[in-house]
Ligand binder design. Structure first.
Ligand code: HEM
Length: 388
């Protein structure tokens, strides 16, 4: 819901209740509002004396939120045309710099990156991603630096990525089989769904050592993942207008976030327990055959880092759970959205599609490096046939 609409609605809803509760509020409410507006106005007047970038005029409480509209990217482009490539907005009480030129972007993310590198604290990610104990929402600093280098060296190294090549190849082959099957039966293909399943299956196998199929457990996991992704993208009014945080408490949204956080936590907790039990069993049997690099999944590697303290930083269970969740939150919808986008661009450009169809198959036959890429291309091309 648009923040302006939400603000007005909540005001309209709560005022009669408060007045019913205490009639004196009919006099005090306008007074409080008036005082708030004056304080805000005074603070705005003093900030204009600082050397701040240009800003569009803002409303009290909402700041510039009402100017974002349904398509914030378009609204920001229009505002930038009027106010320049470096513009200061206020989303509620949060100051936000909007950079719209490559030169200024370079200044921000390269020259002065240390100043801008940290991330805002947001209430939804705080609850879902273990209060910044993961990597993607950790504040910029020593912990983030060490965690990131652990991920790069131990989880996302070339060697580790190559060790999961067979998983990718198998899953992409299954994907192509599904497309082929629909094609042969002249059935339409829901590529968005197939891409989402492909990405989830690869990440599940890489992270947990198994995937969650179409059974009850699999369905529940997919639903939970869908909810997690949805919640991570929700605008929480309390992050921008703290005085309205209660609205999401009353309308049950905060309870939804707590529920998903709890369920996901239990899900990952069970997986950790399963991995620990397997490892203890293997070690007590003196069976080390499963210790080969290629058999370890991401949870195994993280538990090993924790046990050996090899990352140079003490990581606990919540760090591990946060990192596992990061891989899902950062690695699934980004990937399948790109696949979906590439597919729709190919459909819009039949000439490129034709070229790719022939090249895809040729490259696959040559198979010079990672098969999964070429198989993926072939998948696009096959899908192209099926959709036609
Ligand atoms: C096309 C696919 C992808 C795109 C476009 C993408 C894009 C991004 C971007 C823009 C960021 C920076 C966010 C920020 O600093 O706030 C990021 C961070 C991150 N991504 Fe991706 N990503 C993709 C795939 C993946 C995959 C497959 C994984 C893991 C399996 C992954 C894991 C991460 C992690 C852990 C971070 C946080 C890094 C840090 O804080 O240092 N991403 N990604």
């Amino acid at each position: 819901m648009h923040p302006l609409l939400m603000f007005c609605l909540s005001f309209l809803l709560i005022t009669p209740l408060l007045i019913k509760w205490h009639p004196l509020l009919i006099y005090t409410l306008p007074f409080l509002l008036f005082t708030h507006l004056i304080t805000k106005w005074l603070s705005t007047t003093t900030t204009t004396q600082k050397n701040l970038p240009p800003s569009p005029p803002k409303l009290p409480i909402l700041g510039n939120l009402h100017q974002l509209g349904l398509y914030p990217n378009r609204s920001l482009a229009t505002l930038a045309q009027r106010h320049g490539p470096l513009m200061l907005l206020h989303l509620g009480s949060r100051p936000v710099l909007v950079v719209s030129s490559a030169d200024i972007a370079r200044e921000v993310i390269k020259t002065h990156d240390a100043i801008f590198s940290t991330r805002p604290k947001l209430s939804i990610t705080d609850k879902l991603l273990y209060k910044g104990k993961d990597l993607s929402t950790a504040p910029y600093g020593e912990y983030w630096r060490q965690m990131r280098s652990t991920c790069v060296l131990q989880l996302l190294s070339n060697k580790r990525v190559q060790s999961f090549r067979a998983v990718r190849e198998e899953e992409v082959s299954l994907f192509i089989e599904k497309v082929k099957e629909s094609y042969s039966l002249s059935l339409p293909v829901n590529l968005s769904e197939l891409f989402a399943n492909l990405t989830n299956d690869v990440i599940c196998r890489v992270a947990f050592g198994k995937k969650y199929g179409g059974d009850e457990g699999g369905r529940k996991f997919n639903e939970l993942l869908g909810e997690l992704m949805r919640l991570l993208g929700v605008f929480h009014v309390g992050d921008f207008i703290p005085s309205l945080a209660w609205v999401y408490h009353i309308n049950g949204f905060d309870a939804q976030v707590d529920k998903v956080a709890k369920e996901f936590d239990k899900f990952i907790e069970d997986i950790l327990e399963e991995h620990i039990t397997h490892r203890v069993k293997r070690e007590s049997n003196g069976d080390r055959s499963n210790q080969g690099e290629y058999k370890k999944d991401l949870v195994d590697v993280l538990l090993e880092i924790q046990k050996d303290n090899s990352a140079g930083l003490a990581i606990d269970r919540e760090h591990i759970k946060g990192l596992v969740l990061d891989m899902f939150a950062a690695g699934t919808d980004t990937t399948y959205t790109v696949l979906e986008w590439a597919m729709s661009e190919l459909l819009r450009h039949p000439r490129v599609m034709k070229k790719l169809q022939s090249e895809g198959w040729i490259l696959r036959r040559r198979s010079s490096s990672d098969w999964s890429f070429y198989l993926g291309l072939a998948g696009f091309c096959l899908a192209g046939h099926a959709v036609k």
